[in-house]
Design a protein around this ligand. Structure first.
Ligand SMILES: N[C@@H](CCC(=O)N[C@@H](CS)C(=O)NCC(=O)O)C(=O)O
Length: 223
């Protein structure tokens, strides 16, 4: 059986958990915190979670894990059949990851954990987030899903990135990045009502206070 290594407050881990649950593929959840020890790095080369343990070995990087699950072909597809449509959905997934999740992440320490992020990084994140949301507005179909009429891995990335990024922008820049994207707001509201998303969110929320306290101690302790 597949084993998902990660922890419930990790948005990337939650992407893979959501995809597996939506597909109906059985898996074991192995509670794993990221670290930089030699043994860990042999399983996840950059020391991050999630990583997926398969009968053949380990797979890291969330978007690659999501692709692997599609290629493995078990359970409900989260990509269209047509190669062009598949590519478009994957492009949307990557755009959300690279142009929205990653710039937001560069500011998590200050937005959520009481740390301080250098002004230059914040300025860059603000600019990148504005461009990232503009990209999503331009390219997303929202009919009603990000890539069209079926739920795809683009929606998985969307669900676990856009809310966090909007939170960073609101908190640090006083910006409402979804203000002129009513379809994206509607999709977010729809996705959070998904039963699998709800159960993942319940576990995440239960772990959140402890995680925030640990991160605050780390960032505030650091300076
Ligand atoms: N590019 C990675 C990012 C995963 C990631 O950033 N995971 C976080 C938890 S949400 C982590 O392991 N952070 C620990 C670290 O960066 O040292 C992916 O797509 O899986």
């Amino acid at each position: 059986m597949l084993k998902l290594h990660g922890f419930p407050v990790s948005n990337y881990t939650n992407m893979v958990a959501f995809a597996l649950l939506e597909k109906g593929v059985p898996f074991e959840y192995v509670l794993t915190m990221p670290e930089q020890g030699t043994e860990f790095l042999a399983r996840s080369p950059r020391g991050k979670v999630p990583f997926l343990e398969t009968p053949q070995g380990y797979i890291n990087e969330t978007s690659v894990i999501l692709d692997y699950l599609e290629d493995a072909g078990q359970g409900k597809p989260l990509l269209p059949q047509d190669p062009y449509e598949r590519a478009v959905a994957r492009a949307l997934m990557k755009e959300i990851e690279i142009y929205i999740e990653l710039p937001a992440r560069s500011c998590f320490a200050e937005a959520f954990f009481g740390g301080k992020v250098p002004d230059a990084i914040k300025a860059k994140a603000r600019e990148d987030l504005l461009a990232g949301f503009a990209t999503l507005k331009r390219h997303g179909k929202f009919s009603p899903y990000v890539a069209g009429d079926m739920l795809t891995i683009a929606d998985v990335m969307f669900l676990y990135s856009v809310d966090l990024a909007a939170g960073v922008a609101r908190q640090l820049f006083g910006l409402d990045l979804l203000a002129d994207m009513p379809e994206a707001q509607a999709l977010l509201l729809q996705l959070v009502e998904n039963p699998h998303a709800k159960s993942i969110a319940a576990t995440r929320d239960a772990g959140m206070p402890g995680f925030i306290a640990a991160m605050r101690a780390r960032f505030q302790g650091a300076g």
